[in-house]
Ligand binder design. Structure first.
Ligand SMILES: C[S@@+](CC[C@H](N)C(=O)[O-])C[C@H]1O[C@@H](n2cnc3c(N)ncnc32)[C@H](O)[C@@H]1O
Length: 452
């Protein structure tokens, strides 16, 4: 392939042919692929080239010259330029179609052409759903400012309405921002490694309204921190306030040191009628409405009769295992983060659940031990991170042979890979994508596997 003579900052007219996995328009210039922000298939756009790599490049739409009927107009184009809502310019029903098509494509690629992929289960109201915000903070024009990153950069786009977050979280971010401004606390200066606050994290429990705030600072020396603590806790919904110190030049949000400034160490929320305790570092699903739909679907696919030993692998704070405990003989959760396991143990007690316990460890290590010791599992629920299941875990599963596996996935590519590896031992049921992340390109799905 001859690389065309394209340069950064060059303006160019492009015909968009497809939508990439990341939700970018795909255009070809003499067979050279450009990924274009805020562009849809069948559109012609005027764009500016933002990067040229060896085999592909990136561009940003400046003007839509010929428009797709699938484009949405009433949402500010600024959202499509940031990583927070990269699909907000696409009609919602088309977003759901796009997500289903991605799953179909990934299954086709791996050779699982016969697996049925159902329609994506969407939301009735696909905005303001997130119960957690991690908002970057910078010093802009001499003021501590909150917003979101422009895509593929750390440039802050100042924002007050974040479109997909709980509006009470958006309001709280502005209130905290103003308190910090009042005491002359500075926003982070990434380039010069100066300034203080780099992120404000807010979690708001959907069912109880309790809020947790974590101020992530480059340095621990925040003057007036007692006044700041008092004013932040003046909002009676804020039940927990932490200061986290992260002095490294890194994309990882939290540093090692997490100090409680005021209130309690956790907040409580409810899912499917159970109460959960959530610590700042624990994984907790971000879309409360769809989480209940997702969990219910997963529990239904487990087809429990009350006699089963169930493993909830990648259990987080125990939400899936505890939601199904009353339908099983016993539940064992496996989770690598110790704090989350402590939360899970606490959550079992809080809900008077006596047939569930949780172990700290990697699922692949724990189940390898179980395979060696002939410990049986009737039903396995797996909800791994994006990288999917370790290959050693697939080997252990072929020895342990649970009757059923329910696979909750947040990455259709690794789901397809893992199901293909298990397909000699398991019958693969239909796959249902569940839209946990409207306006973004992220795809969650649930599948049932039955031992052949
Ligand atoms: C997608 S989250 C699911 C959590 C939980 N099932 C829920 O719905 O809230 C994945 C979880 O797996 C944990 N994790 C990551 N790698 C792991 C591993 N190898 N073994 C066990 N847990 C792991 C993470 O800490 C995280 O809590």
């Amino acid at each position: 392939m001859e690389k065309p003579n394209l340069k950064k900052n060059q303006e160019i007219e492009l015909n968009i042919e497809d939508l990439s996995y990341e939700g970018k328009g795909v255009a070809k210039v003499d067979d050279f692929t450009l990924f274009v922000d805020n562009a849809l298939p069948n559109e012609t756009v005027k764009a500016v080239i933002t990067r040229v790599n060896k085999n592909f490049g990136f561009a940003r739409t400046l003007e839509v010259l010929k428009e797709s009927p699938d484009r949405v107009h009433d949402i500010d184009a600024v959202y499509a330029q940031t990583g927070i809502a990269p699909l907000s310019h696409l009609k919602y029903d088309k977003q759901l179609e796009f997500k289903r098509n991605q799953v179909v494509t990934d299954f086709d690629k791996i050779g699982l052409k016969d697996v049925v992929v159902n329609k994506t289960l969407g939301m009735e109201s696909p905005f303001n759903y997130r119960n957690k915000a991690q908002v970057p903070v910078r010093q802009v024009n001499g003021k501590l400012t909150t917003g979101f990153y422009r895509r593929r950069s750390h440039d802050l786009v100042p924002m007050e309405n974040f479109l997909i977050q709980d509006p009470k979280i958006d309001a709280e971010i502005l209130r905290v921002r103003d308190i910090l401004r009042k005491y002359n606390v500075r926003g982070y200066d990434e380039k010069n490694q100066k300034g203080q606050i780099r992120t404000i994290m807010v979690r708001r429990a959907y069912f109880t309204g309790e809020m947790m705030i974590v101020l992530v600072s480059r340095t621990p020396d925040i003057s007036h921190y007692k006044d700041i603590t008092k004013e932040i806790l003046d909002n009676p919904e804020v039940k927990s306030l932490f200061l986290n110190i992260n002095s490294k030049n890194t994309n990882v949000i939290f540093g090692q040191k997490m100090t409680l400034l005021g209130g309690k160490k956790y907040i409580d929320d409810e899912i499917l009628g159970h109460t959960y305790r959530i610590s700042p570092r624990s994984f907790y699903q971000v879309n409360p409405v769809q989480t209940q739909n997702l969990y219910q679907m997963a529990i239904d696919k487990a087809e429990l009769t009350g006699k089963e030993n169930v493993v909830d692998a990648y259990s987080g704070i125990g939400t899936i295992g505890l939601s199904l405990a009353d339908k099983a003989k016993h539940v064992t959760g496996i989770e690598v983060i110790e704090d989350a396991v402590k939360d899970a143990d606490q959550n079992a007690k809080l809900n008077n659940i006596t047939n569930a316990d949780f172990v700290v460890g990697k699922t692949e290590d724990v189940l390898d031990e179980w395979a060696k010791n002939d410990i049986s599992v009737d039903v396995l629920m797996v909800d791994p991170p994006r990288k999917g299941l370790a290959s050693s875990l697939i080997d252990s599963l072929k020895n342990i042979k649970p009757e059923k596996i329910v696979y909750i996935s947040c990455n259709p590519a690794t789901l397809a890979r893992d199901l293909s590896l298990l397909s000699d031992t398991y019958e693969i049921g239909d796959v249902t994508p569940v839209d946990m992340f409207p306006m973004t390109n992220h795809i969650e799905s649930v599948t049932q596997l039955k031992l052949k």
